[in-house]
Design a protein around this ligand. Structure first.
Ligand code: NI
Length: 227
C-alpha cells in the first residue's frame, strides 16, 4: 500500500529546508548502504548526525507528529531520524530492499524498518527522471510528487530511483518501526480508519454505528499492536 500525503511541509518550509541543504556538505550515499545496495546506489547524502540533518530532521518529525494521515498509515512506534539525499544528472538507485534493522547513530538503539517514507524537496518540473518506483502488490508504481509532499510505503517492497537526466532531485527519507509489523494488517487498519474518518465527516460523530466501528478499530489495534 502506497499512501501519498500532500503538503507535509509548506512552500516556505520547503524553501527553508532547501536553503539549509544548499550549505550542507554532501557525501557519497554509499555510507548508509548495506553491502548489496552499495553497488546499486549512486547518489549524495547529507552525513547522518550532522547539524543540518538533525535540525531539518527535527522540523520534519514535528510536522509529522501532527499529521493524522501519517499516523494512521504508519502507526509509528519509533521513527528513524530523517536523512537527506540528492540525485544529480546520471545518479540513480537500482532496485533493492532496505536493511531490516538499523542502528540509530549516536544512540544505543535500533529500529526495525517496517515503513519507508520519502518526502520530496524538489519541484518536479525542475528535473527529469528521478521517479521512485515501488513494487507494490498491485505492480510497479512510479512516484514523483510536488515539493513538500510525501509517500509512505511498506519497507518490505522492492524499490528503485530512476536515473536523473536533467536537474537535481532532493528528498528526505526515513524509516518507521510500526506498532503493527504486518503490512496487510496495517493496510486493513488504515483503510478502516480512512472510512471512519470519511463517515464522521458525512454523518457526524454521534451515529451509534460510528462508535461501534471506532471500538472495532481500537480492538483490532489492541490485538495486533506490539509496543
Ligand atoms: Ni531504499
Amino acid at each position: 500500500m502506497l499512501v501519498v500525503i500532500p503538503d507535509v511541509l509548506s512552500a516556505d518550509e520547503v524553501a527553508a529546508c532547501r536553503a539549509t541543504l544548499e550549505q550542507a556538505s554532501w557525501v557519497d550515499g554509499k555510507v548508509t548502504a548495506g553491502e548489496q545496495s552499495a553497488k546499486a546506489k549512486v547518489n549524495l547524502q547529507v552525513p547522518e548526525g550532522s547539524e543540518a540533518a538533525r535540525t531539518l530532521g527535527d522540523r520534519i518529525l514535528r510536522a509529522l507528529g501532527n499529521n493524522a494521515e501519517f499516523v494512521s498509515a504508519a502507526l509509528p512506534l519509533r521513527v528513524y531520524p530523517p536523512l537527506f539525499n540528492r540525485y544529480d544528472v546520471g545518479m540513480k538507485f537500482d532496485a533493492h530492499v532496505d536493511n531490516a534493522i538499523r542502528g540509530i547513530t549516536g544512540l544505543n538503539t535500533r529500529i526495525r524498518t517496517d515503513v519507508s517514507s520519502t518526502l520530496f524537496l524538489s519541484d518536479p518540473a525542475s528535473y527529469d527522471g528521478g521517479e521512485l518506483v515501488v513494487e507494490d502488490t498491485y505492480g510497479a508504481q512510479a512516484v514523483k510528487l510536488p515539493a513538500g509532499s510525501m509517500v509512505v510505503y511498506p519497507a518490505t517492497s522492492l524499490h528503485r530511483v530512476e536515473p536523473v537526466t536533467r536537474g537535481s532531485r532532493w528528498a528526505a527519507f526515513f524509516w518507521s518501526q510500526s506498532m503493527v509489523r504486518d503490512d496487510g494488517q496495517r493496510r486493513l487498519l488504515y483503510e478502516m480508519d480512512l472510512a471512519i474518518r470519511r463517515l464522521r465527516a458525512d454523518v457526524g460523530d454521534e451515529h451509534p454505528s460510528i462508535r461501534s466501528l471506532v471500538a472495532t478499530y481500537h480492538n483490532l489495534l489492541r490485538r495486533w499492536a506490539e509496543l
